[in-house]
Design a protein around this ligand. Structure first.
Ligand code: ASP
Length: 440
C-alpha cells in the first residue's frame, strides 16, 4: 500500500504544526510521498508565505525596497528551523540566495512564489530524515503553459523505487527549465499528480477542517461532515458554490481511480471525507440519501408565456438564439404547456437586460414576459436520491413548513441533483430546512 500525503499551508505554519504533520507521516509507513505547501497563516490576520513572496517579487520588479516582507519570510523559516533543531536544512544560505535573485532581477514572479514550497520541503525532508525531490525535476509544463502529464509521469517514474520522498507543491518546470507555478492553491494539484505518478492507493489531503461539510457551516452551524462523496456529486456541489479542493486536483487521481481522503492535521482521528468514483462508493460509506447541499445567489428568471407554447416548434430555439447572440449561457430551462422559464446568471446579463427584453418581445412575440430578479438556486445532491420515492415531496414539505415557496424546480434526468430556486431572502432558511429534512 502506498499513500501520497499532501499537507496544506495551515498544517505547516510553524514548528508546532510541522510536528503534527511529521507525526502523522511517521504513524503510517504507507505514507511514502509527502507533498508540502508553503507555511500558511498561524492566526487570523497573519500572512501566508506565498503572499509575502509575491509581494517581494512585485516590489523587486519595480526596483522598490522589499526588505520588510522578506524579513518576515526569513524570520518564519529560521524560527521553524531553530525550533525543530534542523540546522542541516541550511535555511540561512538558501534564503540569502533567493534574496539575491530577487535583488538582481533574476527571479521571475513564479520562481519567487515557488520558493515558499521549496524551502518548506527542505525543512520537512530534514525533519523526516527523508530525501527531498525538487518538483522542477518531476512536473513538466508544455510551452503553452499547460501540464504535460505524459512527460511528468515519465519524469516521476523513478519515485516509485524510493522508499520515501518529500516534494514541494505548487510548481514545476517549463521545457526550457524555468519555474512555473500552478494557480493559487495549486499544491493540491501537485499532490494529485504525484499520487498518480507513484500509483498510490490513496491521496491524502491534510488540511485544517474535518472534511467537507454537508452544508455551509456559516448557514448550518451544526452541519455534519460528509463521510464519503463521489467525484460527480462533488462537481455538482462545487458548481453550486461549495468550496472544495482545487478543481484541477481532482482529474489526475479521478482518471487513475485513486481515492482522495481529506483529513484534519489538527484532529487526525476525525475520520475525514472520502472522495471516490461513483462505482467505488460503497453502501456503507453512505450516510443517507443526500451527500450535501449547496447554493448560490445572484440569478434572474425570465418567464415567457404563450398559449399552446408546447405545440410551437422553434420557440425555445428562438430564445436560445437570442441568448447565444449575447454570449449568455443559461443555468436551467424548465417549461410547461404555456410557459417557458430560463434562469440566468446576473453576472452574465449585466447591462444586457433591456436589449434581451426587447429582442424577446419582438422576435418571439410571447403573450407575457415576466422577469424575477434576486433569485437563489439551491442544489440538493446525492446519488442515493435517484429512484427513491418521495424525495421531492420531503424537500417541498420541508420548504413549505418553513414558509418558503419555491420559484422554480429542476431535476436532472440522472436524479442526482434537485435544484430549487427561491427568493434570495429565503436562501439561508431554505438550506437549513432542506438540511434538517435529509441530514439530521
Ligand atoms: N502556497 C500556494 C498558495 O498559497 C499553493 C498552495 O498552498 O497550495 O496558493
Amino acid at each position: 500500500m502506498t499513500k501520497t500525503a499532501k499537507f496544506g499551508g495551515s498544517s505547516l505554519s510553524d514548528a508546532r504544526q510541522f510536528k503534527k504533520a511529521a507525526a502523522i507521516v511517521r504513524a503510517d509507513g504507507d505514507r511514502r510521498f509527502v507533498v508540502v505547501s508553503a507555511p500558511g497563516k498561524r492566526f487570523a490576520g497573519d500572512e501566508k508565505i506565498t503572499d509575502l513572496l509575491y509581494r517581494c517579487a512585485d516590489l523587486a520588479a519595480r526596483r522598490e525596497d522589499f526588505a520588510a516582507p522578506f524579513a518576515l519570510i526569513r524570520d518564519r523559516y529560521l524560527s521553524i528551523e531553530r525550533d525543530l533543531g534542523l540546522e542541516q536544512a541550511h535555511m540561512a544560505p538558501a534564503l540569502d540566495e533567493i534574496e539575491a535573485a530577487l535583488f538582481s532581477g533574476a527571479a521571475s514572479r513564479d520562481f519567487a512564489a515557488s520558493r515558499g514550497e521549496y524551502l518548506c520541503a527542505r525543512l520537512m525532508a530534514a525533519y523526516l530524515d527523508a530525501p527531498m525531490v525538487d518538483a522542477a525535476r518531476l512536473i513538466r509544463f508544455r510551452d503553452d503553459g499547460t501540464l504535460d502529464m505524459e512527460a511528468t509521469e515519465r519524469q516521476s517514474a523513478f519515485l516509485r523505487e524510493m522508499p520515501m520522498a518529500v516534494i514541494p507543491g505548487f510548481y514545476g518546470a517549463m521545457p526550457n527549465g524555468t519555474i512555473r507555478t500552478f494557480s493559487r492553491g495549486g499544491s493540491d494539484i501537485t499532490g494529485a499528480i504525484i499520487a498518480r505518478a507513484v500509483k498510490a492507493n490513496e491521496y491524502e489531503n491534510w488540511t485544517d477542517v474535518d472534511g467537507f461539510m454537508m452544508a455551509d457551516p456559516r448557514i448550518v452551524p451544526e452541519a455534519r461532515v460528509m463521510h464519503a462523496v463521489s467525484y460527480e456529486e462533488l462537481r455538482e456541489l462545487s458548481y453550486m458554490g461549495a468550496s472544495v479542493l482545487h478543481e484541477e486536483s481532482i482529474f489526475p487521481v479521478r482518471e487513475a481511480r485513486i481515492p482522495i481522503h481529506v483529513l484534519n492535521t489538527n484532529r487526525p482521528e476525525a475520520g475525514g471525507t472520502w472522495i471516490v468514483n461513483e462505482g467505488t462508493l460503497m453502501k456503507e460509506h453512505r450516510q443517507g440519501l443526500v451527500a450535501g447541499i449547496s447554493g448560490r445567489k445572484g440569478f434572474t428568471m425570465i418567464t415567457l408565456t404563450k398559449e399552446n407554447l408546447h405545440k410551437q416548434v422553434g420557440f425555445g430555439y428562438g430564445l436560445l438564439k437570442i441568448l447565444d447572440r449575447h454570449n449568455i449561457s443559461f443555468e436551467s430551462m424548465p417549461c410547461g404547456i404555456d410557459n417557458l422559464t430560463v434562469v440566468l446568471n446576473d453576472g452574465d446579463i449585466k447591462g444586457k437586460m433591456d436589449i434581451l427584453y426587447h429582442e424577446i418581445r419582438t422576435e418571439l412575440k410571447p403573450d407575457t414576459v415576466e422577469i424575477a430578479s434576486s433569485i437563489a438556486l439551491i442544489a440538493t445532491v446525492g446519488r442515493g436520491m435517484a429512484h427513491t420515492l418521495g424525495v421531492a415531496a420531503r424537500l417541498f414539505t420541508a420548504l413549505s413548513e418553513a414558509g418558503i415557496s419555491s420559484r422554480i424546480i429542476d431535476q436532472s434526468p440522472k436524479e442526482m441533483n434537485l435544484i430549487v430556486g427561491v427568493d434570495q431572502r429565503d436562501f439561508e432558511g431554505a438550506i437549513r430546512a432542506i438540511y434538517h429534512a435529509f441530514c439530521d
